[in-house]
Design a protein around this ligand. Structure first.
Ligand code: ZN
Length: 151
């Protein structure tokens, strides 16, 4: 039986509430703005590591297919739609991890995860904004990824 190349990196499963605990601690220690930034950066690292562990690379329509497959397995949010046009990717999701625990600061971990995952798959830095969020009263969360080559 084939074993993964490097098992020393380890792997464990966390409950979604762990993300809430981390967010709560960061907000208490450093305030909302810095906590949001760190949640994004932590999400980015997690997305980056996932793509590297799965060793997936791609461009264009292939990226969308990879993303759909991976996203269904992750449990970070339910996908509604993903569309690509001229270097931008528009992603609509329902029930993000953060919204599942009434995250009132927006979905920064999920936003970072999407950015890290897509940047690593494409090899091009992907800036990610959450343009709509259930936490702000929108019907679903919407993320816009934009390629930022050379940064
Ligand atoms: Zn959201």
């Amino acid at each position: 039986m084939n074993q993964p190349e490097d098992q020393s990196k380890g792997f464990f499963i966390m409950y979604g509430e762990s993300i809430k605990a981390l967010q709560d601690e960061l907000v208490a220690i450093m305030g909302v703005a810095l906590a949001k930034s760190i949640m994004f950066r932590f999400g980015f690292k997690c997305g980056n590591m996932s793509a590297r562990e799965m060793n997936i690379k791609g461009q264009g329509a292939q990226v969308v297919e990879y993303f759909k497959e991976i996203w269904l397995e992750l449990g970070l949010a339910d996908p509604v739609s993903i569309k690509q046009r001229s270097g931008k990717t528009n992603l609509k999701v329902e029930r993000t991890l953060e919204v599942s625990f009434d995250g009132k600061y927006g979905c920064d971990f999920t936003r970072g995860y999407i950015s890290g995952l897509m940047s690593t798959i494409t090899g091009i830095p992907q800036h990610c904004l959450e343009t709509k969020c259930v936490a702000k009263g929108d019907k679903m969360c919407e993320f816009v990824l934009e390629e930022k080559p050379g940064k």
